[in-house]
Write a protein that binds this ligand. Structure first.
Ligand SMILES: Nc1ncnc2c1ncn2[C@@H]1O[C@H](COP(=O)(O)OP(=O)(O)OP(=O)(O)O)[C@@H](O)[C@H]1O
Ligand SMILES: [Mg+2]
Length: 230
């Protein structure tokens, strides 16, 4: 139990609670993720999936409940500590990739390593290895701004995985990819999670991709329901 990578306990989230009738998006969400575990999150547009990932990452502060990330209670950690925990333990793959268009693929992937002061040579080696896994090593020196949307998504994925994060949070990581590339990206995410003993929480609209997780949850009316195995 104490080994959970992520634990969400009775999470509630009401947006704009201070402005009269707030919008309650999460209402008693409990979720635990252990080492090597992959969990899929599905649900209709607007059901709160991205909100839940933001809460898990410590980017959004829930209005109720407790978030524990690798043994640290995010509620009692200050903003600075939350940022450090996120940087050291979480890999984020969000809908907008936030890549720097003028930097190369390799530089974009290596960036979190530079910021954290990791060894340069090892960072570059790992960046290239990841780019190889997503079929983009031959373009490692190109500017990211010239890539297609799906290619950029794969670069963003490599960047998220660079520092071997304990927890990967991925919001529709295969959203702009064709079926085959989407499956390959999912393979990479699942492989790395399972091999490196991390945990993965990903949002998807694809039943096929959700079925590849160890567990799949449906977010409805602010709560998680177990999805019947596909
Ligand atoms: N920063 C915010 N401030 C106020 N309301 C927000 C904020 N972020 C999200 N919401 C609201 O919370 C609800 C859930 O949004 P969220 O982005 O979590 O849904 P989602 O399940 O990820 O949807 P989609 O599948 O379309 O990405 C929406 O009604 C949205 O307007
Ligand atoms: Mg979303």
């Amino acid at each position: 139990m104490g080994d959970d990578i992520l634990s969400l306990e009775a999470i509630g989230m009401t947006w704009d609670a201070d402005r009269g009738a707030g919008r309650t998006v999460l209402d008693g969400v409990d979720l635990r993720l252990g080492r090597g575990e992959a969990v899929a999150l599905v649900g209709r547009s607007g059901s709160g999936k991205s909100t839940l990932l933001h809460v898990a990452a410590g980017i959004a502060v829930p209005t109720a409940g407790r978030v524990v990330l690798v043994g640290h209670d995010l509620g009692t950690a200050g903003e600075e500590a939350r940022t450090r925990l996120r940087r050291d333990h979480v890999g984020l793959v969000f809908q907008f990739f936030h890549l720097l268009p003028h930097l190369s693929l390799r530089e974009n992937v290596a960036l979190p390593g530079w910021i954290a002061g990791d060894d340069h040579a090892r960072t570059h080696e790992r960046a290239d290895r990841l780019l190889g896994r997503v079929g983009l090593l031959d373009r490692a020196g190109d500017a990211v701004g010239r890539l297609s949307g799906g290619e950029q998504q794969r670069v963003a994925l490599c960047r998220a995985l660079l520092r071997g994060p304990a927890l990967v949070l991925a919001d529709e990581p295969t959203g702009s990819l064709d079926d085959r590339t989407g499956r390959e990206v999912m393979d990479l995410l699942l492989d790395l999670t399972r091999q490196e003993g991390g945990a993965l929480l990903y949002v998807t609209h694809s039943r096929e991709l959700a079925a590849r997780a160890d567990r799949s949850w449906l977010l409805v009316d602010g709560r998680l329901r177990a999805e019947a195995a596909a």
